[in-house]
Design a protein around this ligand. Structure first.
Ligand SMILES: *Cc1c(COP(=O)(O)O)cnc(C)c1O
Length: 224
């Protein structure tokens, strides 16, 4: 990860965008890559700086923290898209569907059915990503790769818009095989979006076709 402390948010974003453009020289890269700011535990000032630097997509991990934080400041950033990038419990569906614009962590039948029902109830059809546990780690969220095709079909049958696949590769492993696996799954299922790549590996993710990279530390210059 590049050393970004001491740089302004605008400099950091410009620096990241340069790295993205370079990685887009890869033949597998997507033409357009959304730079999502993973803003967990970041205060309003940091969010405002990222916004001023052109960021319009923000990701939060916890429904409760996001509701408390963004409820008060959302009106100041009217044209942002708020993504849920952490686990969603079925008892938080109502709040999540009301607050978020994209749900990136759909990974089980009960959640998919609950989301579809709640979206109909609120009249809000949110794009969803299916989280895939590419490393098949027992403690990690996500559907196992082998079950992903059937799960994607059942999400679509339930009425969800499957906009993409999302993964968080195992810590301490090379991320590239995980990104490649996610890209293959998406292509085989006709899914357009690929949310993959974080501060340490986003260039690799872009080279392998990411359409959305989720950056925390390298974008905000650290985490409080
Ligand atoms: C925190 C987080 C990120 C960003 O991580 P960094 O390493 O700080 O860039 C991305 N995705 C998810 C799901 C996260 O929880």
């Amino acid at each position: 990860m590049a050393e970004t402390k001491g740089m302004s948010a605008a400099q950091r974003v410009a620096d990241i965008r340069q790295h993205i453009v370079k990685a887009q020289e890869s033949p597998l890269a997507a033409r357009s890559v959304t730079l999502l700011a993973a803003s967990k535990s970041q205060p309003r000032e940091a969010i405002a700086e990222a916004y001023a630097a052109g960021i319009r997509d923000f990701g939060e991990n916890r429904v409760q923290e996001a509701a408390a934080k963004w409820g008060a400041i959302r009106a100041d950033f009217p044209d942002i898209r708020l993504h849920l990038i952490g686990p969603l419990q079925t008892n938080k569906l109502r709040e999540a569907v009301a607050l978020f614009d994209v749900i990136q962590t759909v990974d089980r039948e009960k959640l998919a059915l609950g989301l579809a029902a709640e979206m109909r109830r609120q009249g809000r059809a949110l794009p969803c990503y299916i989280q895939v546990n590419t490393g098949e780690e027992p403690q990690k969220a996500g559907v196992p790769p082998a079950l992903a095709p059937a799960f994607i079909r059942s999400c679509r049958a339930a009425g969800l818009e499957v906009a993409g696949l999302m993964c968080v590769p195992p810590a301490g492993q090379h991320a590239a095989p995980h990104f490649a696996l996610l890209a293959r799954l998406a292509q085989a299922q006709g899914v357009a979006g690929l949310s993959m790549g974080m501060s340490g590996d986003y260039e690799t993710a872009v080279r392998l076709g990411a359409t959305c990279i989720r950056l925390g530390r390298t974008l905000f210059g650290g985490r409080p």
